[in-house]
Design a protein around this ligand. Structure first.
Ligand SMILES: Cc1cc2nc3c(=O)[nH]c(=O)nc-3n(C[C@H](O)[C@H](O)[C@H](O)COP(=O)(O)O)c2cc1C
Length: 186
């Protein structure tokens, strides 16, 4: 069984990125699971808070990452880059630095995203790459999914209604899971 953990970078109830992640859970290949994790409850990073201990929501997400074979980041795009709330969460997960190798080192990440705009988070996905490199992850580049015009792709209840995007997502997940099943080069 291949275990994926998916993290949406939006807190919004009607989030397209959370909707994309939900759609992914039902399009997974056989013998693979996708657990949905959340950044909700992670405070703003503050070194003084850290000095008192890593917040429980951070520890919980860290251990979920450690237990996963791969991590799927589902990222919105703000001002052509990573939304602060999502970057904040990953910044917390990188603390203390002595834990970076255990949580991120050689771990196989993939990045997708959705936006109502015409470019579908391409720039935000690119912005993640320097962060992923710094943390020592292996990002899968075998597929690409940037869902543009997301307001036309999901219905009012947040269900994926676009057959072409559904097929692209399915293919992306199949490719990523196949990659996760190859021996890890850690
Ligand atoms: C501060 C801010 C900046 C934004 N900048 C961009 C942008 O650069 N590119 C883009 O495609 N959409 C941008 N948007 C629109 C978001 O893609 C849109 O709000 C989207 O619904 C956010 O993702 P979510 O639905 O998962 O919450 C921006 C939205 C906000 C609030």
């Amino acid at each position: 069984m291949t275990k994926l953990l998916g993290i949406s970078g939006s807190l919004r109830r009607g989030s397209y990125n959370s909707a994309l992640l939900r759609a992914a859970t039902r399009l997974m290949p056989e013998d693979a699971t996708l657990e949905v994790a959340s950044i909700r409850g992670i405070p703003l990073y503050d070194g003084d808070v850290e000095a008192q201990g890593i917040p429980p929501a951070v520890t919980q997400l860290k251990e979920a990452i450690v237990a996963a074979d791969g991590v799927l980041l589902v990222t919105p795009e703000y001002n052509n880059s990573i939304p602060g709330v999502f970057k904040n969460a990953i910044d917390w997960l990188s603390r203390p630095t002595t834990d970076i190798r255990r949580v991120f080192g050689g771990r196989r990440f993939a990045i997708i995203g959705a936006s109502p705009g015409p470019f579908g988070t391409v720039l935000s996905q690119n912005a993640w790459l320097s962060v992923m490199r710094t943390l020592g992850t292996h990002v899968w580049f075998g597929g690409r999914l940037a869902v543009a015009r997301a307001n036309n792709v999901f219905d009012e209840s947040g269900t994926l209604k676009d057959a072409a995007v559904e097929e692209q997502l399915k293919q992306f997940l199949a490719g990523y899971v196949a990659f996760l099943r190859t021996p890890a080069a850690r």
